[in-house]
Write a protein that binds this ligand. Sequence first.
Ligand code: PMT
Length: 404
Amino acid sequence: MQPLRGRRLLLGITGGIAAYKAAELARLLVKDGAEVQVVMTRAAEAFIGTMTLQAITGRPVREALFDAQHEAAMGHIELARWAELVIVAPATADFLAHAAAGMAHDLLSTLCLATTAPLVVAPAMNQAMWRHAATQANVALLQSRGVSLLGPDEGAQACGDVGPGRMLEPVEIQRAVRARFADGRLSGRKVLLTAGPTREALDPVRFLGNRSSGKMGFALATALVAEGASVTLVAGPVSLPTPAGVERIDVESALQMREAVFTSVPGTAIFIACAAVADFRPAAAAEQKIKKTSETLALELIRNPDILSEVAALPQRPFCVGFAAETDDVEAYAQAKLRAKRLDMIAANRVGASRGFEVDDNALLVIWEGGQQSLPTQPKSRLAAQLVNLIVDRFDAQTAAENT
Ligand code: PMT
C-alpha cells in the first residue's frame, strides 16, 4: 500500500539537532510513494549531509535561493507551485519567527511565502525557547493563518532539559501527512458557520457591539476544512485573515448575518452558530451623527431575530450546533438553550473577566441529548479540532439512526 503515491511533498529541514530525524522522515514518505524534494537551510547542513537526503529521495537537495543551475531546471517559484504540501521538520524557533514575519531571506522561507500549498511545521527546540512568549506568539500567528502544527513532544532533550520542544517522531509525522491526503470525515459535506460579533448602528459613526474577536469561529473553520468540509463562514467585523479553503461572507449587523445565513443554508449538512449576535438593535439608526444636546440619552432597542433558532426551525434543517456564552450557571443555562432552541448540540463557555471573548485559549462544556463532555482550557485551534470531532461523532450517529 502506498497512501502517498504520486504526492509532491516539499520537505524543509532547518538547523536543529533533530535534523538527523528528517532523513528517516524522508525515507518513510518515499516508501509511501511520495515524490519528496528536500530543501535545507545553511544551518541544517551543519547537522546532516545533503548526500544522505539525495540518496534517499533520488533528487538533488536544494539549498540556495540563487543557484543558476537549479533555477534553470526548476526555479524557486516553480518549486513553490510544484509542492502539494510543505512540511518543515524540524522547524526551529528562528524559522518560525521568519515565517511568522513573512520574510524571504533564504530558499526555504521564500518557498513558504510563495507557495499556495498548505504548510505543516514540526517544531523542535529547547523547552525554554518553545515556552518563550515570542515563539508562542509566532506559532499562534502562523496557526491563525492556517499553518498546521505537529507537536512538539515533551520529554528529555538533547541539551539535558526536560519539557516541551522535542520534534515528533518521523512515524507520527508520516501518519499526519497520510491523514491529510486521506478523505476527511466531512468530505463532500457543506458546513455553514457564523463567527465574530455583530455591530448594530446607532448613527453613521457609532454602533452597539461586543468583544468577540472571531478567533473561536475562525479556528473552527480551519478545523472543518482539515476534515474535508466545504465551509462557508459568515463573519461579523473582525480583523482575521480568511482560513485557507474557506468561502467567507462579511457582514456587519445581525440582520445582514441572518440574510447571509439564509442565502447559504440550502444544502448545508451542519450549521454552527459561533457568532456573538447582538440580541437587540436600536429601533432606528439616526441618519446624522447624534449630538450632545442633553445630559442623558435614552435608546429604544428592539429584539433581533434569533438566527440559530430560526435555522433549527426549518423543515429541512441541518444538524444545528449552538454556543452558549455565560458568566454564571454555565451548565444550567446551556441545557436550557439546547432545549429552547431545539439544538442537536451546544458548546458552552464561561465568559467575562478575560475569558472566552478575545483571548487565545478557551474551554468548552459540550452538551447533547443524553451526553456531555468537558474540553479543558487550551488554544482555540486545538479546542476547535476537538469540538469538530465531537460534532462529527454526533452527526454521524444521528445520520446512521435516521437511515435505519
Ligand atoms: O470570537 P472570540 O473572541 O473567539 O470569542 C468566542 C465566543 C466567546 C464569542 C464564542 O465562544 C461564543 O460563545 N459564541 C456565542 C456567543 C453568544 O452570543 O452566545 P449566546 O449565549 O448569547 O447565544 C446563544 C446562541 O445563539 C449562539 O450560538 C449564538 O450564535 C446564537 N444567536 C444568538 C442571538 C441571535 N440573535 N442569533 C443567534 O443565532
